[in-house]
Design a protein around this ligand. Structure first.
Ligand SMILES: N[C@@H](CCC(=O)N[C@@H](CS)C(=O)NCC(=O)O)C(=O)O
Length: 216
C-alpha cells in the first residue's frame, strides 16, 4: 500500500479519509491523535512541522510525496488518485475545478472558525465548559457565508445541478460539507437556509462519509 493517511476521524483527517473512501483508493490509516501533544513529537514534526493532523504520505515510484493541510490532502487525493471521468468526486472540467478550488478555500477562510466555535460550544465540550454566548455570536456571523452558499445552491438547482460544482457529488461538496458538518448542532440556524440544509443532509448521508467516521 502506498498511500498513508495520518489522523483520527474525529478531526480534520476525516476529509482526506472521506475522499479516499469515495474514490475506492486503498490507504493505510495511521490513527494518529492530536491529543496529549502527540503531534508535537520529533517524529511527527518531521512529517508536519506545524504539528497538526492530517498528513498524507504517498509513496510513489518517483519518490515520497508528503502533504499537510486537510484541504490540500483532500484535493491531492482526488486529483492524483481519482479519474477525471465525470463520474467520480474528481473534477472533470475547468469549471468543476474552479468550483472545487474556490469552495474549498472559502470553507477554511469564511466558514471553519465560526463553525468550530458552534461545534465546541454547542456540543463537543463538556457542558459546564461551554459558553453559549460564543456560539450565539458565531451563528450570527455565519449568516453571511451561509447566505452565499444558499444562493449558490439555489442557482445550481436552477440549472439542474444538485451539488456545488455539478449534478453529482464532487470534491467541492466534500470539502465544504466536511466543515459545514460542524454546524449540525445549529439546527435553528440551518433551518433558515433550506437549500444548504438539504444539500448537507445529502452529503452526510453518503456511505463513504459514514465509513470514514466509523474508522476512528
Ligand atoms: N489548517 C490545518 C489545521 C489542522 C489542525 O489544527 N488539526 C488539529 C486536529 S483537527 C490538530 O492537529 N491539533 C493538534 C495540535 O495543534 O497540537 C488543516 O486544515 O489541516
Amino acid at each position: 500500500m502506498t498511500l498513508k493517511i495520518y489522523g483520527i476521524s474525529a478531526s480534520r483527517a476525516l476529509r482526506p479519509m472521506w475522499a479516499a473512501l469515495e474514490l475506492g483508493v486503498p490507504f493505510e490509516h495511521v490513527a494518529a491523535t492530536y491529543k496529549g501533544g502527540a503531534t508535537r513529537t520529533p517524529e511527527f514534526l518531521h512529517l508536519n512541522p506545524n504539528g497538526h493532523i492530517p498528513v498524507v504520505v504517498d509513496e510513489r515510484p518517483e519518490g515520497v510525496v508528503t502533504v499537510w493541510e486537510s484541504m490540500a490532502c483532500t484535493l491531492y487525493i482526488a486529483r492524483v488518485h481519482g479519474q477525471a471521468d465525470g463520474q467520480s468526486i474528481t473534477t472533470a472540467t475547468p469549471r468543476e475545478e474552479a468550483e472545487a478550488l474556490r469552495w474549498s478555500f472559502w470553507a477554511v477562510t469564511e466558514l471553519e472558525k465560526d463553525a468550530l466555535t458552534v461545534l465546541m460550544h454547542r456540543m463537543a465540550m463538556p457542558a459546564d465548559q461551554r459558553k453559549p454566548e460564543l456560539a450565539d455570536q458565531a451563528e450570527s456571523r455565519l449568516r453571511v457565508p451561509l447566505a452565499v452558499l444558499e444562493s449558490h445552491l439555489q442557482a445550481q438547482s436552477g440549472r439542474g445541478e444538485a451539488y456545488l460544482a455539478a449534478n453529482r457529488f464532487t470534491m467541492a461538496d466534500l470539502c465544504v460539507a466536511s466543515v459545514a458538518n460542524w454546524l449540525r448542532p445549529a439546527v435553528g440556524l440551518l433551518a433558515q437556509y433550506p437549500a444548504v440544509a438539504t444539500w448537507l443532509h445529502a452529503c452526510l448521508a453518503r456511505d463513504a462519509y459514514k465509513q470514514a467516521l466509523g474508522m476512528k
